[in-house]
Design a protein around this ligand. Structure first.
Ligand code: F6P
Length: 298
């Protein structure tokens, strides 16, 4: 019987992580399951940084950005001896570990689960890069932030008749860039290192004078946006600036959509998995239905 669970948030923080923690604690309590919060993700597990949640701790966190448990990137988890220490630290305290995070966090959960530390994962990352679920918690909030920033940037660009190269997050996943690029006019999307410059300059020529601004939206880590803005300026003779939205995209408070998704997934986790002693699963949403699927290697 699962009676004690540990909760950790891992990787990059994502809007809605707090909403998941709140709901997991709430539904667990309703079912007489004890919850333990792990500070700073897998790193906290390694250093035995575990807290027993008290009711007051989860009041007023549902609407907050970030994660009040803290999170970290813990590369050492790839090593078997580190995972063994983690399992030793926690095996007499909890029956199950709930991992809230993105792709990297899922890999860690898969390995721990294989080494007999029962795990369940809930998808929370702005990147939307987890196969098996249509959406990750935090993606739509981050998208909204990006779209709001683009709306603001547009007016200063129009005033100066400028081009802007705008870099957005998403790691290797196109979803943030792709979806934000269809939310306003005059956006040219770049998702590949090799840029089709014939098409790009044709777009600039066609649109700049009529619309008075252009935003070239690029996925992060593809090109050097400072260098490329200089190149564009030189070729077009139009003032070109660059901006990276950076961590602004991650820090917002969760949207209603993400809070509701957190509620539904947390309820599903407790009701359909934990209460039934089912482990080694991921929670997701497919075609608007909350689902479970096996925790896999990739
Ligand atoms: O995984 C979320 C994310 O924000 C990515 O979009 C980005 O590449 C990365 O995290 C940044 O990580 P860090 O916070 O370690 O700089």
């Amino acid at each position: 019987m699962i009676k004690k669970i540990g909760i950790l948030t891992s990787g990059g923080d994502s809007p809605g992580m707090n909403s998941i923690i709140k709901n997991i604690v709430y539904f667990s309590k309703k079912n007489n399951i004890k919850t333990y919060g792990i500070i700073n993700g897998y790193k906290g597990l390694y250093y035995n940084n575990i807290i027993k949640k008290k009711k007051k701790n989860i009041n007023n966190i549902i609407d907050k950005g970030g994660t009040f448990l803290g999170c970290s990137r813990f590369e050492k988890l790839k090593k078997k001896n580190i995972r063994l220490k983690i399992i030793n630290n926690i095996k007499n305290i909890i029956d199950l570990l709930i991992v809230i995070g993105g792709e990297g966090s899922y890999k860690g959960a898969y390995k721990l689960n294989k080494m007999n530390l029962p795990c369940i994962t809930i998808p929370a990352t702005i990147d939307n890069d987890i196969s098996g679920t249509d959406y990750t918690i935090g993606f739509y909030t981050a998208l909204e932030t990006i779209v709001n920033c683009i709306d603001n940037l547009k007016y200063t660009l129009i005033s100066h008749n400028r081009i802007l190269i705008l870099e957005v997050m998403g790691r290797k996943c196109k979803d943030l860039a792709l979806n934000s690029s269809i939310c306003n006019d005059n956006l040219y999307l770049i998702t590949k290192k090799k840029i089709n410059e014939y098409k790009l300059f044709k777009f600039i020529k066609k649109n700049i004078y009529y619309n008075k601004y252009i935003i070239i939206l690029v996925m992060e880590n593809l090109i050097n946006i400072k260098k490329y803005s200089k190149k564009i300026e030189k070729i077009t003779n139009i003032e070109t600036r660059f901006t990276s939205l950076g961590y602004l995209q991650r820090g917002s408070k969760p949207s209603a959509f993400d809070r509701i998704l957190a509620f539904k997934m947390s309820k599903f986790a407790v009701k359909n998995l934990i209460k039934k002693n089912i482990t080694g699963k991921c929670i997701g949403i497919k075609k608007n239905k909350i689902i479970q699927y096996d925790l896999k290697k990739k």
